[in-house]
Design a binder for this molecule. Structure first.
Ligand code: SAH
Length: 374
């Protein structure tokens, strides 16, 4: 009788982890960007990631008021545009579809706008596409892998907590030189390491001059994927007219530092443990997004401003008052309002960036006078 072979110590918990270990075994450490990309798409392929029972809660899942404010923002623009009878309403990374459901329900007050809308959802996770189909079963949304296949024509784009899920590269200063931060596997666990930057890469193309001489161990993050999305949206608006709204957590000035984070069951966790089973995100560099939009050209850039200021200017307090009047438990409305706009919750960390077609003269609400003209 052959001896029973014992399971190797630290056997990978999932096929995904096993495949990642194999990949690293064959080709060496993967960049933080490749690691994040692989983990995020694996993670969103799983079902129960949102809500109180999931790993995290996003603004539309906190309260219907969030979607109602976005609906008001969109309606104002549709009126400004002269009530066009065909509009693409695009959502990037719609999650469970809650924001779109709330927007469309609110537009019952504006049937001409509602009827003009064709819903387009840019979503790569098959599992979430199924959830969105159920949530939006009274409409006929179209799904896309990217903005490229969304038809031309007047377009409004909304993206809440989408950019933070797109991969970032981390550059790390080691012995006076910038390197690419990578993830390796030592036989028992994943660990951070680094390698030389690709030959010919021009740091000055994307790194602010002040950061070049940063001390050893400094980390600089850049997300070509996010900046590419912002540039693509800008190009689309320039071509088709319309406006876009990006809402995410992040900073309005580029900085140094490691913002890669993992969250599991509402608690911060190690990004290198349980790959593919934890939500991994990074802060959005809104300053870099502004530059990407301006470089794309043909758009006016509005903000970024804080989520608290944006929702307050759109009238969320008035809406909360109306909901309070009919609520059984007013404390729930209070709590939701506070989570969305209070500085110690999402009010300040979350930022809102608007884009509008320069040719259109659209003046998106909520940004006060924070306009970067092209
Ligand atoms: N906007 C939603 C969900 C945010 S989570 C909310 O606020 O609740 C991020 C969403 O982006 C998920 O739907 C995820 O599947 C999707 N996503 C992540 N990377 C993507 C990519 N590269 N292309 C399209 N969708 C992506």
């Amino acid at each position: 009788m052959p001896e029973k072979t014992a399971l190797p110590l630290n056997a990978p918990e999932t096929d995904f982890a096993a495949a990642l270990i194999k990949r690293i075994g064959h080709a060496g450490p993967v960049s933080v960007a490749d690691y994040m990309q692989a983990c995020v798409s694996e993670y969103y392929a799983r079902a129960a990631v949102f809500g109180t029972a999931g790993d995290f809660i996003t603004a539309p899942e906190i309260s219907q008021m969030f979607g109602e404010m976005i609906a008001a923002w969109l309606t104002d623009l549709w009126l400004q545009a002269g009530k066009p009878d065909q509009v693409n309403l695009v959502e990037l990374g719609p999650g469970r579809g809650t924001l779109m459901v709330d927007i469309m329900r609110t537009l019952a007050n504006w049937p001409d706008f509602k009827n003009a809308i064709q819903i387009h959802l840019v979503e790569t996770s098959p599992t979430l596409r199924e959830k969105q189909a159920i949530a939006l079963n009274t409409y006929t949304p179209h799904w896309h892998d990217s903005l490229r296949t969304v038809p031309q024509g007047m377009t409004f784009v909304v993206a809440n907590e989408f950019l933070d899920a797109l991969p970032i590269h981390q550059l790390q200063k080691v012995k006076g030189e910038w390197h690419e931060r990578c993830v390796g596997f030592d036989g028992a666990k994943f660990f951070f390491t680094h390698r030389a930057l690709p030959a010919g890469l021009k740091l000055s193309d994307f790194m602010p001059a002040d950061f070049m001489a940063a001390p050893d161990n400094s980390i600089f993050e850049v997300s070509p994927a996010s900046l590419g999305v912002v540039a693509e949206v800008a190009a689309r608006l320039k071509q088709s007219c319309g406006a876009a709204l990006f809402i995410d957590y992040g900073h309005d000035r580029s900085g140094l530092g490691d913002t890669l984070q993992a969250v599991e069951k509402h608690t911060y966790a190690d990004v290198l443990e349980k790959p593919g089973q934890r939500d991994i995100t990074a802060h959005v560099d809104f300053a870099a997004c502004v530059t990407a939009a301006q470089d794309a050209g043909g758009v006016r850039v509005h903000g970024p401003c804080t989520q608290g200021a944006f929702l307050t200017r759109l009238g969320i307090a008035t809406r909360a008052n109306a909901l309070r009047a009919g609520a059984e438990d007013v404390s729930l409305i209070e709590a939701a309002l506070s989570r969305l706009i209070a500085p110690n919750h999402m009010g300040v960390l979350f930022k809102v960036l608007g884009l509008s077609a320069a040719a259109s003269n659209l003046d998106p609400a909520g940004f006060s006078d924070e306009v970067h003209t092209p």
